[in-house]
Design a protein around this ligand. Sequence first.
Ligand code: TYD
Length: 139
Amino acid sequence: MNLIEILNLQVFGDHRGSLISLEEYSECVPFTIKRVYFIFDTKEDVIRGKHAHKNLEQVIVSVSGECDFYVDNGSERAIIKMNHPSKALHIKSMVWREMTNFSKDCVLLVLASEHYDIDDYIFDYDEFLKMVHQIQGDN
Ligand code: TYD
């Protein structure tokens, strides 16, 4: 799927438990990690995200609990259930995203290719579509 990449992370497990490692410039994280943040204590009935990024790439993992991740690149749409720490999403630039249906224990870990920059955000869906069409040269 062009829209996003779903990655199956390698789990190192033994009788003590499980471990997953993420390294920059690896198959799973094909960029320099400039920022890490995590989202937790999110209320079940809220929608987070509702934006796209002009340049930012991210790898996202639900390290605990679950939520639904809606992604949209202007022509394709998908809802991915983030319900296991071994499932990661690689989201490139120009993808509209919304996160919903958070379980109480959900912790979303986000690795980002850029520092926080409000000017990289697109908050208006119509503006997002316009920019997608401009990039595709079919406006
Ligand atoms: P917000 O973008 O609303 O989160 P979400 O995409 O999950 O809906 O971010 C919440 C607040 O945190 C907002 O005031 C901006 C701030 N923030 C930072 O200061 N640095 C960051 O790296 C991020 C992601 C958010």
